[in-house]
Design a binder for this molecule. Structure first.
Ligand code: UDP
Length: 414
């Protein structure tokens, strides 16, 4: 296990985007947790939504006076092949889970758990990767309640993987899910629903001035913002359906011939499937100079891309929440997204973007064209989008929700 370096954060930085009551509530919850040590465990420090969330939650909690550590599992690709299969199986598409895969999972999680030495009052395990550590953690920290924070879309898991999950249910005191529809997949004593959030002060989401935008435009060349641009920012992962987005773009291009598509993606450290899919997507797009497949962009460039694009698309087939949707909406860019996972929580159909069925590339194409052909509509949707995210999906709101749960768990426990 290792502790990733996280940026400094001050809660004061959120005063301009958050109601004063909310910040006061946060401070009083933090006061109640001032003598508590909390450990977050996850499987990667970079790439994907969980890393994005923890890079903000952990330093802000420390700034608020809550002693919070974050440890990331160390494992090789064999382990991450298994956990990616678990992730896929829980989202409804599983290869068989063999005894060998289970053994790899048990060995690696036990080895990681054995490396935790400090004392903690509460442990928060994120997603399925660390679940195998819980038995050992229970023995080591018998008084520390265990929270499982699940970010995965559990609406329709494959039975074999549901059973895999259930084997750990006894060790979990409290499950936190991103939507109520996910909580039924595992029987734990207590569940809560907490919507994730984006952090408005990070490099990814802060405002950029004209000079910074000009620099990023140059960096993104030959993608040109003098012609319409549709963008999807996602890990290269079959659930993100980059091929469906390509299909929607090709169809939209018949109405908007100068249209360009940017498919920006990263490889998460715990996702060995990423490189394979990146190559397939790049291959599919190789003959079209208007399709730009961009890998591992710096955060400032992702920020500019989401900001400068005319429309952002998120054509996922499954999606735990989909932080990228709020990231784009926060930057006043309308989003066309599918009706899966957390996307409908973020897109208000006809107000800040459009919702389409996940397998309906033609509908996505129609909505993209509608938006591209109506500048006024895009501007109004952008205004609505910013306010929707400001009210519901910024970090301080999520922190209040989480800390309320932590206080409740620890009070109940004492
Ligand atoms: N991301 C990024 N660069 C990329 C692709 C993704 O920085 O090339 C970030 C994206 O901005 C977002 C996170 O990774 O913050 C993805 O989170 P989301 O919840 O959308 O999906 P997940 O990857 O967790 O399934």
């Amino acid at each position: 296990m290792h502790a990733p370096v996280v940026p400094d954060r001050s809660i004061d930085a959120y005063a301009s985007v958050t109601e004063r009551d909310r910040l006061e509530r946060l401070r009083s919850l933090a006061e109640a947790l001032s003598d508590v040590q909390i450990l977050h465990v996850s499987s990667t420090a970079t790439g994907g939504g969980v890393a994005e969330l923890l890079r903000s939650i952990v330093p802000v909690c420390n700034d608020l006076g809550i002693d919070t550590d974050w440890l990331v599992m160390d494992a090789d690709d064999d382990f991450f092949e298994v956990t990616k299969a678990v992730h896929n199986g829980l989202q409804g598409n599983g290869e068989p889970l063999t005894d060998e895969m289970k053994a790899t999972y048990r060995e690696e999680t036990a080895r990681n758990a054995a490396e935790i030495e400090d004392e903690y009052d509460l442990v928060v395990a994120h997603d399925p990767q660390p679940l195998g550590m819980l038995e050992r953690l229970e023995e080591r920290l018998p008084d520390a309640p265990i929270v499982w924070r699940c970010h995965v879309d559990l609406s329709d898991p494959v039975d074999e993987y549901r059973a895999f999950l259930s084997a750990y249910a006894d060790r979990i005191d409290h499950g936190i899910f991103s939507r109520s529809a996910y909580a039924a997949a595992i029987d734990v004593p207590k569940t809560s629903i907490v919507y994730p959030s984006i952090d408005p002060v990070t490099e990814k989401n802060r405002s950029l001035d004209e000079e910074e935008l000009a620099t990023e435009r140059d960096r993104l060349d030959p993608l040109s913002f003098d012609a319409p641009v549709v963008t999807q920012v996602s890990r290269f992962d079959p659930w993100k359906d980059q091929f469906g987005t390509l299909e929607a773009y090709r169809s939209a291009q018949r109405n908007v011939p100068e249209l360009q598509l940017a498919l920006a993606g990263g490889m998460a450290g715990d996702d060995p499937e990423g490189l394979r899919l990146y190559e397939q997507v790049a291959d599919e797009a190789v003959d079209d100079p208007d399709v730009h497949v961009l890998a591992d962009l710096p955060d400032t460039t992702v920020n500019a891309l989401q900001r400068l694009s005319d429309v952002v698309v998120q054509k996922s087939l499954r999606e735990g929440f989909g932080l990228v949707v709020s990231e784009a909406l926060w930057k006043r860019t309308p989003v066309v997204g599918s009706t899966v996972g957390g996307i409908p929580l973020q897109i208000e159909d006809g107000r800040n973007g459009y919702l389409v069925e996940p397998d309906d590339a033609a509908a996505a194409s129609d909505r993209i064209v509608t938006l591209l052909e109506d500048d006024e509509c895009r501007t109004q949707f952008g205004v609505n989008a910013r306010e929707h995210v400001r009210k519901r999906f910024l970090l301080p709101r999520q922190l209040v929700d989480l800390l309320e749960i932590f206080v409740e768990i620890l009070e109940y426990d004492n």
